[in-house]
Design a protein around this ligand. Structure first.
Ligand SMILES: N[C@@H](CCC(=O)N[C@@H](CS)C(=O)NCC(=O)O)C(=O)O
Length: 212
């Protein structure tokens, strides 16, 4: 039988993990489709037929083909009514944190990690890495303060805001990044990892370890 959803993804992608985590936690019927990012597949003409933006994740649901993790999370929450809320103020709050993640946290943390971990040493520029990870730390400080007296980012329950923000948080031990100033973020990450059907990105998506 064909799966209902297909997710173009690879294990090291925190952006793809945001969508994969939703699919897993919601126990939806899905199949990962491995995209060989480290050998240039996202930049190929073939892949651009799947997503003109040349990026994973891409979610396929029958005739729908959706990219951008925020749009995918929004789509899945509308379709399943999971990890969302009926309260319009909280809905707005979810959007606010999704947009914040997509501008302030993920791009800095993901690009800093990519440069620290995956770029060949000769191509690494330490001052660029420090700049990006400095911005990621400033964002995590905001998140840490927000989480001081709450279990999840919006309201009392896990929402797509948590799933988006968590995208790169399970990778921080892989490279030289100090999480110790953010104890509330660590507790929140532990809460997420205890959710039923939670899996680490490397177990949920194909492509780990990397084959070059
Ligand atoms: N804003 C996008 C970012 C997606 C993104 O940056 N994807 C990376 C992998 S994590 C990618 O596929 N990059 C392709 C490339 O640079 O060739 C989202 O949230 O989906």
């Amino acid at each position: 039988m064909t799966e209902q959803f297909k997710l173009y993804c690879f294990a090291q992608s925190g952006n793809a993990y945001k969508a994969a985590l939703f699919l897993s936690l919601a126990e939806l019927d899905w199949d990962p489709v491995f995209v060989d990012f480290f050998n240039g597949e996202t930049r190929s003409e073939e892949f651009k037929k799947i997503n003109v933006m040349g990026e994973v994740p891409v979610l396929v649901d029958q005739d729908k083909n959706i990219s951008q993790s925020g749009a995918i999370l929004h789509y899945l929450s509308l379709k399943t009514e999971l990890f969302t809320t009926n309260n319009s103020d909280l809905k707005l709050e979810i959007s606010r944190w999704l947009l914040w993640d997509n501008y302030k946290l993920t791009p800095n943390l993901a690009t800093g990690r990519f440069m620290s971990l995956f770029l060949p040493e000769a191509k690494r520029n330490q001052s660029v890495i420090d700049f990006l990870l400095g911005r990621a730390s400033a964002s995590l400080k905001i998140l840490n303060n927000h989480l001081v007296d709450r279990e999840f980012v919006v309201g009392d329950n896990v929402s797509i805001a948590d799933l988006s923000i968590a995208g790169y948080i399970f990778f921080t031990e892989e490279f030289d990044f100090d999480m110790s100033p953010f104890p509330n973020v660590i507790s929140w990450r532990n809460r997420i990892s205890k959710l039923r059907n939670w899996q680490h990105p490397y177990d949920l998506m194909p492509g780990h370890p990397i084959k070059r």
